[in-house]
Design a protein around this ligand. Structure first.
Ligand SMILES: NC(=O)c1ccc[n+]([C@@H]2O[C@H](COP(=O)([O-])OP(=O)(O)OC[C@H]3O[C@@H](n4cnc5c(N)ncnc54)[C@H](O)[C@@H]3O)[C@@H](O)[C@H]2O)c1
Ligand SMILES: [Zn+2]
Length: 395
């Protein structure tokens, strides 16, 4: 073959897609007098009757059994806009739904059976786990069905529910199967928070401390000032905390230039490399937010040991977390495998593998200012663990 025959053509395919989705904060979402759900469904095609398939977290129903009847009454009151293709479907709440793929297949089967198409809606009401699982089923059926999230926990209202990801676990590997799929809308009803067990309310606050630490010193100071009201779960203060935290997450996703995490950095995952590992090692006995609180304290102390953060700040951060009700010690932090290695430290390589590219960990250079590093010194991590243990022993 001569050189002349090797000519080739290159087309550079390029386009941009704009995403836009409303995030509402409201009360009484299923009160027929509240127009938000109806207006959300009719936002694009005001005159159509919209077909909806709803999935509801069984944990929510356990504390609010009348919810199913409320939803049906709402649909009836707005029958010109809403058609429920079937009565709302109850699904397992919590991590269970993410640990077995048959839940996804079963929900996809319902989407198929009820002929939910790309102009119909799949609505998920529940905690972050249910939103992740239903979100995945919606994003992959027909290559993407309109999905409305109704988050019902602090964590899902202030963090996961307003974001662009879904995911379920494969053989213990957290969020191994998932997609980036912005929702059609997010409807946060603050009334659901009142029903939540105290432990879950507290757990979600860790994400507020996290995002304050990397982005907003004034919000961190606000959390310190309102710690008493937060531990009493005063509704007004809880609402402000949830809203500010959600805003900061949304701002990061929209304005940091990497909503679908193509690069190696994940600033919103401050404290999360250890947290994900603690969750898995304790088989989810430690809740996501509880693990994040430990991860934050660990990485804050590490930031001081690495000379990035002024000494003293780690005490301030740990004190806030403890006052909020978090236990910053768990024996799994110092567990050793039979070969003497620390299973927790595997969290660093797993964190890198999940994203690919080089290891990128967010640490702190000040309260309100994160900084990225590309390596973590294992001896220093162990020293930070020792600090957490000593703190607990002294308490
Ligand atoms: N997609 C993302 O970007 C993202 C981000 C962070 C976390 N997550 C995921 O979110 C999940 C954790 O979510 P979570 O903290 O919301 O908890 P969860 O979904 O595990 O729910 C916790 C428990 O509370 C119950 N529950 C939910 N709402 C309730 C209510 N209003 N009243 C009473 N009980 C209620 C549930 O049934 C469950 O038993 C994890 O799987 C985590 O990986 C996803
Ligand atoms: Zn988190």
């Amino acid at each position: 073959m001569t050189v002349a025959h090797m000519a080739s053509s290159l087309y550079l395919q390029r386009f941009a897609v704009n995403y836009e989705y409303p995030v509402h904060f409201t009360n009484g979402l299923f009160d027929p007098a509240n127009p938000i759900l109806r207006d959300t469904l009719t936002r694009r095609e005001p005159r159509r009757r919209h077909r909806c398939l709803l999935f509801v977290d069984d944990g929510v129903l356990a504390v609010r059994p009348q919810l199913l009847a409320d939803i049906e009454a709402y649909a009836k009151a707005h029958a010109a806009a809403i058609e429920l293709v079937v009565a709302p479907v109850t699904v397992s709440g919590g991590e269970k739904i993410k640990n077995e793929l048959f839940h996804i297949e079963w929900m996809m089967g319902l989407i198929q059976q009820h002929q939910i198409d790309r102009h119909s809606f799949v609505i998920a009401i529940g905690g972050g786990a249910v939103l992740d699982a239903v979100g995945l089923a919606a994003a992959t059926s027909h290559r993407g069905i309109r999905h409305i999230r109704v988050p019902t926990t602090v964590l899902s209202q202030n963090d996961s529910g307003v974001g662009v990801k879904n995911g379920v676990n494969l053989k213990g590997s957290k969020n191994f199967i998932g997609t980036f799929a912005p929702p059609f809308a997010v409807l946060n009803d603050l009334d659901f928070i009142a029903d939540l067990p105290a432990r879950e309310k507290t757990a979600g606050m860790a994400e507020a401390v996290k995002v304050a630490l990397i982005r907003d010193a004034a919000f961190f100071a606000w959390l310190e000032r309102h710690v008493d009201a937060l531990t009493l779960f005063e509704p007004g203060v809880m609402a402000t905390m949830i809203r500010r935290c959600a805003e900061l997450h949304m701002h990061q996703i929209a304005h940091a230039g990497d909503p679908f995490e193509c690069g190696s950095a994940r600033p919103l995952d401050f404290g999360h490399w250890a947290a994900h590992k603690i969750e898995t090692l304790t088989r989810n006995h430690v809740r996501h937010g509880e693990a994040v609180a430990i991860g934050i304290a660990l990485d804050t102390r590490y930031s001081v040991l690495a000379g990035l953060l002024q000494p003293g700040h780690e005490d301030r951060v740990a004190a806030l977390l403890e006052l909020l009700g978090f236990d910053l010690w768990h024996p799994v932090l110092e567990a050793r495998a039979s070969d003497g290695s620390y299973p927790l430290l595997k969290g660093l390589s797993e964190f890198r593998e999940h994203l690919g590219g080089e290891l990128t960990i967010t640490l702190l250079e000040d309260i309100g200012r994160g900084i990225e590093v590309h390596e973590m010194d294992e001896a220093r991590v162990r020293e930070a663990i020792g600090w957490l243990k000593a703190r607990r022993t002294a308490a």
